[in-house]
Structures are given as C-alpha cells and as structure tokens.
Ligand binder design. Structure first.
Ligand SMILES: [Zn+2]
Length: 224
C-alpha cells in the first residue's frame, strides 16, 4: 500500500488544491485505507460546518467556534462508495464550492433575520456598509425599475467579506452578492447572472427570469 496522507495533504485534497497526479495517487491510497479516508471525511465535515456557519460569523470568531467533529462510519462508507464508483471527491468538491452562493441564498432567505440593515433607501444601506467592507460599491436608484431594495448584510465567502443585498421584485426575492472574488454558482434550481464592474464581482441569484436578473445587472452596472 502507498504511503498514508499527511495532514497537509488531507487538507489540500479536501480543498481541491492537489495537482492532478497527486489527486490520482491520493485516491488510489484512499480506496484502500480507512484511516486516511476517515481523515478526509472529517476534513469535509469541518468544511461543511464552516460553510454553514460562515455567513454569520467573521473568520476569527468562526475559527474559535469550530472544533473537529467525530466522523460517522456512514460518512466513511459514503466516501468509499464514491471512490468505488470512480467519482472521487474532487469532482464533488468542485460542485460544492460552486454551490456556495446558491446555498447562502437559500439559507439567508430561510432565516428569521435575513438582513442586518433593513431599508428600501440606498442612501441608508450604502453608508451602512462603510467600515464593514474593504471596498465600496454603488447601489442604483431602483425607483424607476420593478425592483426594490429590502436591505443588506455582510456575509463571508471563503473567509472574505462580501456585501449581500436583498432585492425584491413583487413577491420574488433576489440575492445580490458583491465582492472581490465571488464565483458564479453553477447550479440548477435558481436563475443566476454574474458580472464584473468597478473592480468587483457581482452575482445575482433568484427565482425570477434571466431577463429580470439581466435588468437588475444593468441597473448596477450603470450605478454611480
Ligand atoms: Zn492511509
């Protein structure tokens, strides 16, 4: 049997940061070694716990709160099954990081307090972000559009602060994320539009049509 994965390799593997040849070697070992597979599962569960808590807590508080969890035999079995089917975890991980914003969208909308600053007025919401984000961005006047601002908050994506705006169109809710490095989600179930403007990445996700999200994008791109 090949060598065990050390702690750094387990972490890099779970983060999808190993080179392709390293991934192949790691997965060959993981197929045969329950100890390393369970270390990988623990790391994945930690990542998931971090992700679920990440939108409410700044990174420092998060690090203090998260502790390593016990690994269930079922989770280990699931990993072995994934390997034996030839899936590998790397492909699952790429999907899960792409899901992050869509997960945040769903989680925030399900929350009792989706936003920290509740206002339809961009002149209230924009200043609220000052001092809370290492960048600034313009919020357009939406009065002439079918959209209304509902409020905002700061969320954390891969430990980076990201602006979150809740925008409504009638009864529909749209999440708008703005940050320095925000990846476009690749998921079914929600429509999403992403763009770059003013040195930032923007992603809009919601249960509205693509044309609606494009109209919202146009409002933000031309905002001063
Ligand atoms: Zn091993």
């Amino acid at each position: 049997m090949s060598e065990h994965l050390n702690a750094a390799m387990v972490e890099q593997y779970a983060d999808g940061e190993l080179r392709a040849d390293e991934v192949a070697a790691a997965e060959e070992h993981l197929r045969a070694c329950a100890a390393c597979a369970s270390a990988v599962v623990a790391q994945l569960q930690l990542k998931r716990a971090v992700r679920e808590a990440a939108w409410t807590l700044p990174p420092d508080a998060l690090r203090r709160r998260i502790t390593r969890r016990r690994v269930s035999p079922l989770a280990v079995a699931a990993v072995f099954l994934a390997f034996s089917l030839g899936l590998g975890i790397a492909s699952l991980l790429r999907t899960s990081s792409g899901r992050e914003l869509a997960d945040l969208h769903a989680t925030i909308l399900a929350s009792a307090h989706p936003v920290d600053v509740i206002s339809t007025d961009r002149h209230t919401v924009k200043p609220w972000f000052e001092g809370r984000l290492p960048f600034s961005f313009a919020i357009p006047e939406l009065g002439a559009t079918p959209f209304r601002l509902a409020g905002g908050r700061v969320v954390y994506v891969r430990e980076q602060p990201v602006a979150y705006l809740l925008v409504t169109k009638g009864a529909h809710k749209i999440s708008l994320f703005a940050g320095r490095d925000v990846a476009a989600p690749r998921v079914d179930g929600f429509e999403s539009v992403s763009w770059r403007a003013h040195g930032l990445h923007f992603v809009a996700i919601g249960d509205v049509s693509r044309d609606d999200l494009t109209a919202l994008r146009n409002a933000f791109v031309t905002a001063r």
